[in-house]
Design a protein around this ligand. Sequence first.
Ligand code: BG6
Ligand code: MG
Length: 212
Amino acid sequence: MKFKGVIFDLDGVICFTDKFHYQAWKKLADRLGIEFDEKINDRLRGVSRMASLEIILEKSARAYSDAEKESFAAEKNDAYRALLENMGKSDVSEEVRDTLSELRARGVLLAIGSSSRNTPLILEKTGMKQYFDAVSDGNNITRSKPDPEVFLKAAQFLNLAPADCLVVEDAVAGIDAGFSGGFRTAAIGEATNYDRPDYKLTTFSDLLKIVD
Ligand code: BG6
Ligand code: MG
């Protein structure tokens, strides 16, 4: 078996919460009169909440105090969680569910490796917790992607070596994190435009051809 485990990013891979992140940041940026578009948003993929805010504030005409930044991050998170409230089982595609079930049936261990501190809420809302043998997220790390910490912890939770695991990512920062942690990587979505991933997925179920 080429891979004993697969570690999935959450936002933009398992479900499309990346669009909610965008909407919530956009709301804050508009209120502050700061330019923000999809191109800037792509730089936020995989990056922690505070690091994302710093990227958005690069376009700000004025500087903000740490206390103001804390309150902006909380404001964004409130808007984001309000959007998550409406999520349900139908926010994860049949294709994703079927692929995960098939990988499990093949005896492959599955984990989440996400920078998001909202991971538990999203897994609960979408009813996806049962598919994963381990969850490593923003609540158990001190360094966000592109640091490999979140994936190294996920591999540890699975009791597997990084060399035995595939990391699936939609973010350039996540592909870099996987690479520097000694994992092989598969890109989906935005990250397929990057030249570093070992594999590029046209569609999620392509994983079944890679992980056999
Ligand atoms: C990542 C997203 O999964 O989680 C980032 O790609 C986000 O856009 C990060 O900033 C942190 O998320 P949260 O939910 O802890 O604010
Ligand atoms: Mg992502």
